[in-house]
Structures are given as structure tokens and as C-alpha cells.
Design a protein around this ligand. Structure first.
Ligand SMILES: [Zn+2]
Length: 184
């Protein structure tokens, strides 16, 4: 009996302390499905993506960018995403998932679970899961754009380009955006 109680307590602790099992919430934009764990994380995510949605969207006008903070965030992210498609000259119907982790440790735990080895990556994209992995503790608009570029490049061609080629294209995108960020 005692063993059974201990077993249940152990299960309880595991379920409620494993961040991967914590409740994920979803925030959807035209192109992105963002999974995050707390409002504070979504707010931090918003703060790190320093990019101006100034009505340069291809698909919606300045007027349709709402004043609600979530609408503003969605507009900013979608304009950024469209910018990446424009820079690559690859416009395709696409939605990409983003897992936003609270800490660098959580991000590295996620890496370990997927690859079964330690990785030091700040962010990455996995084609098979159609998912970008980032943490709010280490993120820039350029980094997000880089990973979005990987998603677009991998989906654009019938045959996915070699990693090195995809990397050159993705770097071209964030270099281009960083130049604009200097002006921002
Ligand atoms: Zn890359």
C-alpha cells in the first residue's frame, strides 16, 4: 500500500514539475501558430521582436492593424514573415509553428528530447515537425526571421535544398533585416 502511495506521489511530482507538461497556450496569426506557457512569456516574446509593422504588408492595409496588443503583435509578426518571403522572393501559402520556451534550460531540454544529445543552439527549425524552437531569454527579430526563412526555403522547393544552401539563404535574410533594424 505504502509503495503504491509513494508511486502516486512520484507520478504527481513528475507531472507537475516537468515544464514540457505544463499547459501550453496558443496564439495564432496568419502565418504562425505560437505555443507559449505564460502571458509573461508572450509579452517577453513581443518585446524581443523589435520590428516595426508600419503598413508595409502585402496583404493587409495599415488600417486593419488593430490597436489591441494581440492584434498588434500578430500584425508585427505577419509583416515580418511577409518581409522574409519578399527578401527570398518565395511567396507561398504557409503556416509554421513556434515553440516559445521560458528559459534557455527549457529550450536545451527540448533539444535533448528531440536529438538525444546536448546542443548549444540558440534557435532552430525542424522540417518534420514544421516547428521553430526559441526562448524569450535569447531572441531577436533577426533570429526569428532566420528560422522563418528556413521554414519557407524548405517548403518552397519540391526537393529540399542542401543544408548549406538553405543556410546561406537564411543568413541572407537576417543580414538584410539587421541592416534595417539599425535604421529602426
Ligand atoms: Zn540557419
Amino acid at each position: 500500500m505504502i509503495q503504491r502511495i509513494i508511486f502516486f506521489i512520484a507520478c504527481f511530482i513528475l507531472v507537475f514539475t516537468d515544464p514540457a507538461k505544463a499547459g501550453w497556450q496558443m496564439f495564432e496569426t496568419k502565418y504562425l501558430k505560437i505555443r507559449y506557457q505564460t502571458e509573461a512569456d508572450l509579452k517577453a516574446f513581443d518585446k524581443e521582436i523589435k520590428f516595426k509593422a508600419d503598413g508595409s504588408s502585402l496583404f493587409f492595409s495599415k488600417k486593419s492593424v488593430g490597436t489591441d496588443k494581440y492584434e498588434k503583435l500578430a500584425a508585427k509578426l505577419d509583416v515580418l514573415f511577409e518581409k522574409v518571403m519578399l527578401i527570398l522572393d518565395m511567396q507561398i501559402p504557409i503556416t509554421v509553428k513556434i515553440n516559445v520556451y521560458s528559459t534557455k534550460n527549457e529550450l536545451q531540454d527540448a533539444y535533448f528530447k528531440i536529438y538525444k544529445k546536448k546542443g548549444g543552439k540558440r534557435a532552430w527549425y525542424i522540417f518534420q515537425y514544421n516547428t521553430i524552437y526559441v526562448t524569450v531569454k535569447d531572441l531577436t527579430a533577426g533570429m526569428l526571421a532566420h528560422e522563418c526563412a528556413h521554414a519557407i526555403v524548405d517548403k518552397f522547393f519540391d526537393v529540399r535544398p542542401p543544408r548549406a544552401t538553405a543556410e546561406i539563404l537564411a543568413r541572407y535574410v537576417d543580414a538584410h533585416l539587421n541592416k534595417e533594424a539599425e535604421a529602426y
